[in-house]
Design a protein around this ligand. Structure first.
Ligand code: FES
Length: 154
């Protein structure tokens, strides 16, 4: 009967061999392939300050980067320019900064007036309406909206 059952010493020896085999955290002989790192599970953003939903438009600017009473020219996702003006704390409006006279890019408003650097046409800062030519019409509005701390195309 003792010949069929493994002896205690044989069992312990077999267990030691098994535990020292690669993959069991035992001895490292340096010949085993490296074990790839385990990536942590992916997490969805949980911040309430996220600029928009994953399917929503990307932000074009942070509200805080647009001077109150002034404005800023930024790039749209398609590469075109966008003039953002901020007449009040949470009121941000967008315009195509291309002057309707001959196409120069107008700067942000100063003291409520946007003045074209090429031929001095003037536009109302908050509305983009024509104040003085040679342009014959105002700036073209580009719909934008404030989402949290960011401005997105509407
Ligand atoms: S291009 Fe703006 S006034 Fe001429």
């Amino acid at each position: 009967m003792d010949e069929v059952r493994p002896r205690r010493r044989q069992v312990l020896h077999g267990l030691a061999v098994t535990l020292s085999a690669p993959g069991w955290g035992g001895c490292d002989t340096g010949t085993e392939p490296p074990v790839p790192p385990v990536s942590p599970p992916r997490r969805e953003p949980t911040s309430s300050s996220a600029p928009s939903s994953p399917a929503g438009p990307p932000p074009v600017a942070a509200v805080a980067d647009i001077p109150l009473g002034g404005g800023r020219v930024v790039d749209r996702p398609d590469g075109r320019k966008l003039l953002l003006v901020r007449p009040a704390e949470a009121d941000v409006r967008g315009f195509d900064p291309t002057c309707p006279h001959q196409g120069c890019t107008v700067p942000p408003p100063v003291d409520g007036v946007i003045t074209c650097p090429c031929h001095a046409s003037q536009f109302d800062g908050p509305t983009g309406a024509l104040r003085r030519g040679p342009a014959t019409r105002g700036l073209t509005a580009v719909p934008v909206k404030v989402e949290g701390e960011h401005v997105v195309l509407a």
